[in-house]
Design a protein around this ligand. Structure first.
Ligand SMILES: [Zn+2]
Ligand SMILES: [Zn+2]
Length: 361
């Protein structure tokens, strides 16, 4: 492959190709690969290049490969700070937008070139290298061979820190801590079952978990539960799930101490709550309102719920009694292809060791 390097005036640059052996960092890296490199020392000397200067590269032609190199002294780059910052911001937003639209929440390095082509002025004053731009952007993380969401990576990193919070709380003021968050919580697979909960910003996900177990009739002392924050990806219909951690009713769990106001939620934002990692009972949560607290009210509290449409125990009905069914026998339901609803007493009497679930209204 031949590569031609030219200077600003179009003259070929004095250079030769050399083999570089990067210093090995550990004994296991003894089998270092060498890298082909251009020796530009003569050009650097003639330009009086010094530390922190940069080289601007323009692709003059791709086939055959011809690159124009210009020395950019550090002071020169400093003078263009504003243009460079604007370019960096535009590039960062384009990369993030591409990430938001990527199915696998990942952009391979090979797509970077096409992102550059979408810049409003690709020939304008060049910004910083894309790797620098990504490294400085709190939304993204360089995770070779590509780019992913910052949270995705911090999740991976958080695995050894079992029991510690998975996310860092956003700072909030005392007044924000007093505010009341109104959440609508819906059973994911039976949308007619819902509750509206009000909870204060300073209260924790453990408090939220406790009232959710209470109002949905889940066991208060058994089973783990967990919260996720859902973030809409750009203007797409896809969401990414950020694991906030689990709640253990006895030992706390890594999400227990996270406070509502620290979750950085806006009205309309969604979360997910799963009770019992065995049965995996999913609840969708939407933040409907944020408002000041009412005097003499204890939070969290249940403020609204669906009107229950009771079903009755079929064994009791056969005996002419109306008894609200509190269980659904899953085994009989599957066998008979219909909902077999029973009261607690009849569950024990007629369904012995069948697999049954509590029925929530
Ligand atoms: Zn049964
Ligand atoms: Zn019964």
């Amino acid at each position: 492959m031949s590569i031609e390097l030219i200077d600003a005036q179009g003259r070929p640059l004095p250079t030769r190709v050399v083999n570089l052996f990067p210093p090995s960092r550990s004994p296991s890296e003894d089998l270092m690969q060498s890298h082909l490199a251009f020796d530009l020392s003569e050009w650097f000397r003639s330009k009086e290049a010094s530390c922190n200067d940069s080289i601007l590269v323009t692709i003059e032609s791709w086939e055959p490969k011809r690159f124009r190199l210009e020395l950019e002294p550090a002071e020169e780059r400093e003078r263009h700070r504003d243009e460079i910052e604007a370019k960096n911001r535009e590039l960062a937003d384009l990369i993030f937008d591409t990430l938001e639209n990527s199915v696998y929440e990942f952009i391979p390095i090979s797509s970077i070139i096409s992102i550059y082509l979408r810049l409003s002025d690709p020939r304008g004053y060049p910004g910083d290298h894309w790797m620098e731009v990504v490294k400085r952007d709190p939304r993204m993380e360089l995770s070779l061979p590509g780019i992913t969401y910052a949270e995705n990576l911090s999740l991976l990193e958080s695995i050894p820190l079992e029991g510690k919070p998975k996310i860092v709380e956003k700072r909030f003021s005392k007044e924000e801590g007093e505010r009341v968050y109104r959440f609508k919580v819906v059973f994911k697979h039976r949308k007619e079952v819902w509750r509206v909960i009000e909870i204060q910003g300073k209260q924790t996900l453990a408090d939220f978990d406790r009232i959710l177990r209470d109002v949905f009739g889940h066991d208060a002392f058994d089973h783990l539960s967990g919260f996720w924050k859902l973030i809409r990806r750009g203007n797409t219909k896809r969401y990414r799930r950020i694991d906030l951690g689990s709640i253990n009713p006895f030992e706390g769990g890594e999400a227990a101490d996270l406070r509502i106001a620290g979750l950085d939620l806006k009205i309309g934002d969604r979360m997910e709550y799963v009770y019992d990692f065995g049965d995996w009972i999913e609840h969708e949560i939407v933040l409907e309102e944020i408002k000041p607290p009412e005097p003499n009210v204890e939070y969290p509290r249940l403020v609204e719920r669906n009107r229950p449409r009771y079903k009755y125990c079929e064994h009791c009905r056969a005996k002419g009694k109306r008894m609200v069914a509190t269980y659904i026998c899953i085994e009989c339901s599957q066998e008979q292809g219909r909902e077999v609803m029973v009261c607690e007493e009849c569950l024990e009497e007629y369904h012995g060791d069948h697999y049954a679930e509590k029925y929530v209204y």
